[in-house]
Design a protein around this ligand. Structure first.
Ligand SMILES: C[S@@+](CC[C@H](N)C(=O)[O-])C[C@H]1O[C@@H](n2cnc3c(N)ncnc32)[C@H](O)[C@@H]1O
Length: 188
């Protein structure tokens, strides 16, 4: 079996820390691949909170959720993930979250994630992450603005205190065209 790419490995890492009844966040819903995956993991007793700034993509994802019977445990919000803190009460414990950075494949390439809003959301999520919970970022750097965001998230992750978090970086290092890599922040 071949080594999984960053996207596939993000699902493996989430399946290890997310289970029935958990609260999780899909910070970049897009076409909903991660949303559906998370909705299956948490089941009807869990909760998936999803964000995207493209209403058309959210609508498509909502259709898929309705067709697959996964809609009850998912709430989609047409707004930036930097607002995630407004949807988490002091008691909310988050088991996992995923960010797929960059632009929506097949969509408007000018609608990209940005370092400041990405990091605002990551920081808000870390405040609610329970022990063993993971915030996963799949980082793309090949598009305009991508390198700046890559550097910002790497810099942030490298400075997280080792006592409270461990951070994994995973990706292929001998591929052309800036392959995506993954960062997984785990609360200790
Ligand atoms: C790489 S795509 C996500 C792909 C998605 N996970 C899927 O399964 O199709 C990145 C997404 O981030 C969204 N995005 C950009 N800025 C955002 C923000 N501030 N908050 C939430 N989503 C944002 C884009 O609209 C785009 O759909």
């Amino acid at each position: 079996m071949n080594l999984p790419n960053a996207l596939a490995y993000s699902h493996t890492l989430l399946s290890e820390c997310v289970g029935p009844g958990d609260t999780v966040v899909d910070a970049t819903v897009g076409n909903g691949h991660d949303t559906l995956f998370l909705a299956n993991l948490v089941g009807h007793s869990g909760r998936v909170i999803g964000f995207d700034i493209q209403p058309a993509a959210l609508q498509e994802t909502q259709t898929q959720l309705n067709l697959t019977g996964l809609a009850p445990q998912v709430s989609l919000h047409a707004m930036g993930h930097e607002h995630v803190g407004e949807f988490l009460t002091a008691e909310t414990q988050v088991a996992g979250a995923i960010f797929n950075l960059g632009y929506l494949p097949g969509g408007d390439k000018s609608l990209i994630t940005h370092p400041s809003t990405t990091l605002t959301a990551v920081k808000a999520l870390l405040d609610h992450l329970h022990r063993g919970g993971r915030v996963i970022l799949v980082v793309y750097s090949g598009h305009p603005g991508g390198l700046t965001e890559r550097d910002a998230v790497l810099d942030f992750c490298q400075q997280l205190p080792q006592k409270s978090y461990q951070v994994l970086q995973y990706g292929f290092i001998n591929q052309i065209h800036h392959p995506p890599f993954l960062l997984a922040i785990e609360r200790r």
